[in-house]
Structure formats: C-alpha cells, structure tokens
Design a protein around this ligand. Structure first.
Ligand SMILES: Cc1cc2nc3c(=O)[nH]c(=O)nc-3n(C[C@H](O)[C@H](O)[C@H](O)COP(=O)(O)OP(=O)(O)OC[C@H]3O[C@@H](n4cnc5c(N)ncnc54)[C@H](O)[C@@H]3O)c2cc1C
Ligand code: FES
Length: 247
C-alpha cells in the first residue's frame, strides 16, 4: 500500500450517473487487477474505495469508473482537471490471473464492471480468450462494452428492461456459456446468483463491495466469516475464492 498525490487529468460522464476519471501519479503499488484505491475527499472522514479500472504503468496513469450514489461520489464528479487527490493505492488482494484457464468468464454487475477491464487485459496478455458478461438496469446505464471488446473479450450485455442486449440478469446471459473459470464483481445478490448458476466443477473468484472503514486492515470494520476463518474484506479480499465463501 502506498499513499500519494494524484493529479486529475480528465473526468467525463460515460453513462447515466457514471463517470470516468483518469489520474496521474505513482501507480507502482498496484500489482493486480481487482485491487482498489481509497480516495480522501475534503470534509469527509472516511475515504471512498473505488476499484482500479485501468492502468498504464509506463505513463503513471490510473483510470477509475464510478457511479454517483451519495455525497462523496457527487463531490468527485464535480472535480476538474488539475485537481489533486490523496489516494491510498494498491489496496486489496486482487484477482489471480494464473487460475483462469483458456476461456475465463468475467461477470460485472453495474459498478462491479470497472475492475473487469484491467483483468481482461491481463488475461488476454497471457493468451486467454475471455467472455465478459455485464449487467445493468437499462441501455443508458451501460458502460465499458467497447473497451472490453477492444481489450479482446467477447462481450455480452444484459439489461433488466431489455433495452440493450439480453433481457434480464447476468445469470440469464450466462445460460449455455462454457467457461474454464469465472471472476465476478457486483452486488452480493448478484454474486450469490452467479455462484449458484456456475457449474460445480468450475472454480472461480468473487469480489465483494463491502462497506469499509480504514480500507487497509486496521479497524476490523469489514470482517466476514469464511470457511477458512475470519477475513477482512479490505485486506484479505475484496476477492474471495468460490470454495471459501459461506453464503
Ligand atoms: C473494494 C470496493 C471497490 C469499489 N469499486 C467501485 C467502483 O469501481 N466504482 C463505483 O462506482 N463504486 C465502487 N465501490 C462503491 C463505492 O465505494 C461507493 O459507492 C462509494 O464509497 C459511495 O460513497 P458516497 O459518499 O457517494 O456515498 P454515501 O452513501 O454517502 O457513503 C457513505 C459511506 O458509505 C460507504 N459506502 C456507500 N456505498 C458503498 C458501497 N456500495 N460499497 C462500499 N462502501 C460504500 C462510503 O464509502 C462512505 O463511507 C467500491 C466499493 C468497494 C468496497
Ligand atoms: S475496513 Fe478497516 S479492516 Fe477492513
């Protein structure tokens, strides 16, 4: 983990209530897709955790994609290029790309989609051919489909109202797919449904968006029970292996 100052390069709206923020700073502590940063915001006691969406280590660029849901994320959306943000970076364990096999399935629900982009890049670089299933409420909420496709994934979008892609949940879009491993990030109800829909013979990893205090393992505010004992979602997670989760 590293604390550092990052300069805001751009901050643009990419879908309904969703923004993409590109930052420049020392990204050396970020080692795996699925890790997150914790952002300090003026006037707010707790930092806000946001997943690493994309990374360009050679240019020290970090991309975050976030949805405005409350005061902190609305404050982020109002920031303009040149602003300086205090970040804790390289937090969490991240996804294990070595376990993917040749045809991994990536499942992102809403703001669980951003970490799938860097994960996709890393898997493709290792020779895998990922399938990305992303789920949203409606067409105006869909984001990162082109980026995932450009990164080498076969992309299937699901929307609840059927205004884009498959009508229904990500699990409806998963029907009939064959995959060697799965990675999922999204609301807990979605993670539970993805776990139930995946064949028992296929292993996987699920990333939890737990509410957090410190974000780096010190306060025990994010502790959860697993088959291998208590774990802190911020430090031992946010990614847990399928076989260790107690639903
Ligand atoms: C590991 C991790 C990765 C995340 N990645 C992303 C991402 O890439 N894009 C994105 O849009 N959102 C992401 N979230 C959710 C994001 O952290 C919250 O939406 C955000 O903190 C809300 O802050 P707020 O001030 O706008 O909302 P408020 O509701 O006013 O926040 C109040 C408090 O609750 C916490 N909180 C609220 N909602 C959540 C939530 N869903 N998860 C965790 N803490 C929450 C806030 O951090 C804050 O401490 C992630 C959460 C975690 C834990
Ligand atoms: S949020 Fe403090 S230990 Fe996880």
């Amino acid at each position: 983990m590293k604390q550092g100052l990052f300069e805001l390069i751009s901050n643009e709206k990419i879908a309904k209530d969703v923004y993409r923020m590109v930052l420049c700073g020392d990204v050396s502590a970020i080692t795996a897709p699925g890790q997150f940063v914790n952002i300090k915001l003026e006037g707010r006691f707790l930092r806000r955790p946001i997943s690493v969406c994309d990374l360009d280590g050679s240019a020290d660029r970090l991309t975050l994609v976030y949805k405005t849901v409350g005061g902190g994320t609305r404050q982020m959306a109002e920031m303009t290029p040149g602003a300086v943000l205090d970040l804790l970076s390289g937090l969490g364990n991240g996804f294990d790309v070595e376990r993917s096999g040749a045809r991994p399935l990536l499942v992102g629900g809403g703001v669980g989609t951003p970490p799938m982009l860097l994960l996709c890049r890393r898997l493709v670089a290792r020779g895998a051919r990922p399938i990305a299933v992303t789920g949203f409420g409606s067409a105006d909420e869909v984001f990162l489909s082109d980026e995932l496709r450009d990164a080498g994934a076969e992309v299937i979008v699901a929307t609840m109202d059927g205004s884009a892609g498959v009508k229904g949940l990500v699990t409806d879009a998963m029907t009939g797919l064959e995959y060697t491993y799965f990675y999922a990030c999204g609301p807990e109800a979605m993670l539970r449904a993805v776990d139930a829909a995946a064949p028992e013979s296929v292993a996987g990893e699920l990333s939890f968006e737990e509410r957090m205090g410190c974000g780096f393992g010190a306060c025990m505010g994010c502790s959860c029970e697993t088959k291998y004992g208590a774990k802190r979602i911020c430090k031992d997670g946010p990614v847990l292996r399928r076989e260790e989760i107690i639903w």
